[in-house]
Design a protein around this ligand. Structure first.
Ligand SMILES: *Cc1c(COP(=O)(O)O)cnc(C)c1O
Length: 350
């Protein structure tokens, strides 16, 4: 007989996700959006947390506008029955999904406009206009040219390149976008991502589209009330004593200066806990901060646990993963720290 293995095996690392903090962050961003509606960017599977769970909670909080990148991401949200816009619009191969009617395309190119005009049969769409970022979207001249006439446009949107900085580009993009008001039949205008929401009411227009701040990052000042949502946790696999002068980990990048208790954790860069946290990151156990010592390996991380004599094999520690702080200490953006979290860790919503 072939031996079989049960499939619901307990994982040694996990993501604790605070659904109440997520909803509270949306309510804060909604308040900061003033009279504008506040939507949510949930692309990349809800920035890695699980789009279905994210959308369910934000819809309960009152969110009515959701943004994904692809039709596959939109299809995954179908059963929730919420309005979804697909930021990458319609390639030829998207048309059967797009005309099924469960989400709106955001049209980005002349070819996409033509495709939608031909097959969209008067269904609603959104339109992206480029106001200086030179990434996705029609030009402002194309938008003014009348080529959108007759389309059923819900949201005309643009995207800010530098909203997380005090750049003159913000006002320039805002001005170029505001000048398009009334130039199309669009019902609503939308410009701001998370950082844009903190730029103030001039940037809110009718609808804002925060993403990263919902999930706990503070991309610029004015977002101090944003709460941490994601708490990665890892189990202790071994505790060992390391004598003064002895190294820890690959390439011996750390050496004990005195007798040190080191805990070996069941998490590594294959889980998205990046090697850049080597000798820089930290974890918390029962209120005590334990610094990383040595390199983060693929599946293991080592911390100095001298301060907690009772920490033992099998205990769980919380990685210090406030996105803004962790981005500053690792040099890796909050976006990458979040979307890079691996699939090996189950998402546990609390
Ligand atoms: C991802 C995205 C957002 C959200 O941006 P954040 O910086 O995460 O708030 C908004 N609009 C568009 C077009 C996006 O691609």
């Amino acid at each position: 007989m072939t031996p079989t293995c049960p499939t619901d095996l307990p994982a040694p690392c996990r993501l604790r996700i605070d659904g109440e903090a997520l909803a509270a962050n949306w309510r804060l961003l909604s308040r900061l959006s003033g009279v504008a509606a506040c939507g949510a960017a949930v692309k990349a599977d809800g920035y890695g947390l699980g789009a279905v769970e994210v959308v369910r909670r934000l819809a309960d909080a009152g969110c009515r506008d959701f943004f994904v990148a692809t039709w596959e991401e939109a299809a995954a949200l179908q059963s929730l029955g919420v309005p979804v816009s697909v930021l990458h619009g319609v390639r030829a191969e998207d048309m059967s999904a797009a005309t099924a009617g469960f989400a709106r395309p955001v049209l980005n190119t002349l070819a996409q406009v033509a495709r939608w005009r031909q097959a969209g049969a008067g269904r609603p769409c959104d339109v992206m206009v480029d106001t200086g970022m030179n990434r996705l979207g029609l030009s402002t001249d194309e938008v003014r040219s009348g080529l959108l006439d007759g389309l059923e446009i819900d949201v005309l949107m643009s995207h800010l390149a530098c909203a997380d900085e005090d750049s003159s580009m913000n006002a320039r993009q805002r001005g170029a976008f505001a000048a398009l008001a009334g130039r199309t039949g669009a019902r609503r205008l939308s410009l701001s991502n998370s950082a844009g929401v903190a730029l103030g009411p001039d940037y809110a227009f009718d609808l804002t589209r925060p993403g990263i701040a919902l999930y706990g990052a503070r991309p610029r000042s004015g977002l101090d009330g944003i709460a941490q949502v994601v708490f990665p946790e890892a189990q202790v696999l071994q505790c060992r004593g390391v004598r003064a002068g002895e190294p820890v980990g690959y390439n011996a990048t750390w050496r004990a200066t005195g007798e040190t208790k080191v805990a070996i954790l069941n998490v590594g860069y294959a889980d998205g806990y990046r090697r850049a946290f080597s000798n820089v990151g930290s974890v918390t156990w029962q209120g005590t901060m334990l610094p990383l010592v040595g390199r983060v390996s693929m599946d293991l991380t080592t911390v100095d646990a001298t301060a907690v004599p009772s920490l033992a094999e099998g205990d769980w520690v919380t990685l210090n993963y406030d996105l803004t702080d962790a981005a500053a200490s690792s040099g890796i953006s909050a976006y990458e720290l979040l979307t890079g979290l691996g699939r090996r860790a189950p998402r546990l919503w609390i």
